[in-house]
Design a protein around this ligand. Sequence first.
Ligand code: MG
Ligand code: MG
Length: 275
Amino acid sequence: MTGGLLGGLRLTIASWKSRMIEIKTPAQLDAMRAAGLVVASALAAVAEAAKAGVSTAELDELAEQTIRDAGAVPSFKGYHGFPASICASVNEQIVHGIPSRGQVLADGDLISVDCGAILDDWHGDSAVTLFVGSVTDAEQALSDATRDAMRAGIAAVTPGARLTDISHAIETSVHASERTHGRQYGIVREYGGHGIGSAMHMDPFLPNYGKPGKGPRLRVGMAIAIEPMLTLGVEETVELEDGWTVVTADGSRAAHWEHTVAVTDDGPWVLTAPE
Ligand code: MG
Ligand code: MG
């Protein structure tokens, strides 16, 4: 396993077969909601602080403090050796960026922040894309398209649906945004969403593209992290020599949005949404 596991799970679709998907009780989903709220508050604190002149290491410290103040534990820290509590991916970085003192945000930067927390043994996982100061129309459109794709994926989370109905909803939303925005987006294929609950990364792997009607059926009590990643250029990615940071192959900018979502009889429950 490489660092490719943190922000968007990297697995093969073959893993759908023969593996179990964890079913949570209502009380366990309540516990996941509590963990999700911790993640939401950490991301809110980071969003507030992400300004020109601030380093990504400072954002990381703020996230970790917010998580620990809530009595939770940052799930990223130490995960396969990852050294921080958030992934801070700036500009052409897509996911798994390592926070550092040397990376100081400047006006015009785009930063995707991914964060996870464990509270009472249950996990939450969420990511946002933020802008530092000024933002171009293209970057705003990119982030909007990514967030809209996430929301379309969330809306497909209903009992009885098949897993790739979510994938298809994400891809369909991206193409709708392309028509609306008059732009093309690269859908990052090598990383995707994942089951979540008593661990951060569980079965099933969720591609962010593809035909509907495949994969396991969604059942009440499942929880899935839905996390599309889009680029302003190509879909190909490159992992840097630090063994973590994933960048776009063409240097174009990327966006990443993620929520942890539970399957309930009442429809999708977004466990990491702010109150
Ligand atoms: Mg994440
Ligand atoms: Mg995730």
